[in-house]
Design a protein around this ligand. Structure first.
Ligand code: CA
Length: 530
């Protein structure tokens, strides 16, 4: 492929151009198999699939019930925050509970999220890229959405509910708060939490940071007119939705995660006493700015900064919730996954986390989308495992369906970007079934990770250092795609570019093949587009 052609390729990466130009393609570099037009090609590992299934069958025979599924989704925590990922005490906030789960389970060092909150949160519940569901960026106060993206989506809790699971979201939602878009409208049986991120709430009350809003009654009234909820809400599918507590002060916000933890602990006891398996998504409000540590945790981190105290607090609550599972006798029948919904937000630093990678929340660099991933299952996942194989958080969709015994219920009338990773997670020395991760920024296909390589056809450029959200541009690359070898250059600083031409054309072809999936399955526009 000559440089002129590469340049043309780089300019043709918007979906529209892709639709017009390319057909489904696969390069010589790929070993993944496409078994259906509507499913992401996957690597096939027959032996490990059988081994994982044997484990699940044996457990089902022993317990007589499908496993519970518990996710811990931390908001905006950096890859480098947990001790097991290089942070912890070394960066002033020890995380013994997360570290223990990683040591006693499977540590996944190449786990990928979307670059911001709403996109990840919707993707993990649908197995679909945000550009397919229309939820391409965070929904913010004052946003008007042209159509309910959930109206024609099939959520994980909906599918699990159909086979008898009790499904609960405890914590942050951030995927719409109008009727029809709330957690208990889209599949969860019960929701106890907040509709928006902490900052969406604290901008009403944090006068030191937002004086132009908080100290100006006229502006505050305007803000209130957007109708965004600033309350802890309790809602039931097909039932009542009530306001538990309006957040009126920083002190109220500080205690938010404590209340969520208390709810989850109580709910686990209740669910364990029943006959049904359960799916609990415990979704922390912390450590998204603005962080105010709960009274019990103020100054508890070595660093004493509010962000670090919040990391310590979140870690302690993970420990308490896992203990509740243990005390309820459910630990050996519960698949646990711990992660963050995107990279750390550096725009709000020092109220922001740590990543060893380039970029941060909002960007398509590793710092934006590479997050900690911990899979833990007592007695099922062998302790001490670690893998750098690829895991996309969307894979939790397919994997959870498999665990629930309904792997065959993955929708076939729409494109599913998630891959069933059950065999990778559960088998000793299991290998990932995923070969590639595609990284999008709103409507732009930016980059792709494949093996240890990452290719960028568009790049996010900070116009001011650290401002990965508030002052960036998205640019087409020049003559050659920016190609990095993450094993020798994890910070994506020195492209090997066209000098690594062995893979350049193949990787570009993989991206073309991905873009071509939108021909039969067009992206959905709900009005959040640029
Ligand atoms: Ca987030």
């Amino acid at each position: 492929m000559n440089l002129k052609k590469l340049r043309a390729l780089a300019l043709q990466t918007t979906i529209l151009a892709a639709i017009l130009t390319f057909a489904l393609a696969q390069s010589v570099l790929s070993k993944a198999e496409r078994i259906s037009e509507s499913m992401e090609p996957a690597l096939v590992h027959t032996d490990q699939s059988s081994a994982a299934q044997a484990k699940l069958d044996a457990l089902l025979a022993k317990t007589g019930r499908r496993p519970n599924i518990v996710w811990f989704v931390i908001d905006d925590m950096g890859y480098g925050d947990p001790g097991s990922f290089g942070g912890g005490a070394a960066v002033g906030a020890a995380t013994p509970n997360m570290d223990r789960l990683a040591q006693d389970g499977l540590k996944l060092t190449s786990t990928y999220s979307q670059a911001t909150c709403t996109p990840t949160r919707s993707a993990i519940l649908t197995g679909r890229l945000p550009v397919r569901t229309g939820l391409t960026r965070p929904i913010l106060a004052g946003d008007t959405i042209a159509k309910n993206p959930w109206a024609d989506e099939i959520s994980l809790p909906k599918l699990l509910g159909e086979v008898g699971y009790k499904t609960v979201l405890s914590g942050k939602w951030h995927v719409g708060e109008a009727e029809g878009m709330r957690p208990h409208d889209v599949g969860f049986h019960e929701f106890y939490g907040y509709y928006g991120a902490q900052k969406e709430i604290t901008q009403y009350i944090y006068k030191e940071r937002y004086p132009d809003l908080v100290l100006n009654p006229e502006r505050l009234a305007m803000l209130e007119k957007t109708g965004s909820s600033v309350s802890l809400v309790h809602g039931f599918k097909g039932g009542e939705t009530s306001e538990v507590q309006k957040v009126k002060s920083k002190e109220d916000m500080a205690e938010g995660d404590r209340l969520l933890k208390e709810f989850s602990v109580k709910k686990i006891k209740e669910l364990a006493a029943g006959d049904a398996p359960f799916f609990l998504e415990h979704s922390f409000m912390k450590v998204h700015a603005d962080n105010f540590a709960s009274k019990e945790f103020e100054g508890k981190s070595a660093s004493k900064y509010p962000y670090k105290d919040a990391v310590v607090e979140v870690d302690a609550y993970i420990g308490e919730i896992v203990r509740a599972l243990d005390e309820a006798g459910e630990l050996e029948n519960t698949f646990i996954f711990v992660t963050s919904d995107n990279g750390p937000q550096l725009d709000s630093w020092p109220d922001g986390g740590y990543t060893p990678f380039r970029g941060a929340k909002g960007s398509a660099w590793e710092g934006g989308v590479r997050v900690p991933g911990i899979a833990y299952w007592k007695g099922v996942i062998t302790p001490g495992r670690e893998s750098d194989d690829l895991f996309d958080l969307m894979d939790l969709f397919n994997t959870s369906l498999h665990l629930a015994g309904i792997g065959s219920k993955v929708p076939t009338d729409r494109y599913i970007d998630g891959i069933d990773q059950t065999s990778f997670l559960l088998t000793d020395n299991g290998q990932s079934n995923r070969e590639k991760v595609y990284i999008w920024n709103e409507q732009n296909l930016m980059s792709m990770r494949m093996y240890e390589y990452k290719i960028h056809l568009k790049v996010v450029q900070e116009q001011a250092q650290w401002l990965n959200i508030d002052m960036t541009t998205v640019s087409d690359v020049g003559l050659a795609p920016w190609l990095f070898n993450l094993y020798i250059d994890p910070k994506e600083q020195y492209p090997v570019g066209h000098r690594m031409n062995a893979w350049l054309a193949s990787m570009a072809a993989e991206m073309k093949g991905h873009a071509a999936t939108f021909k039969k399955y067009p992206p959905k526009n709900i009005g959040l587009g640029q």
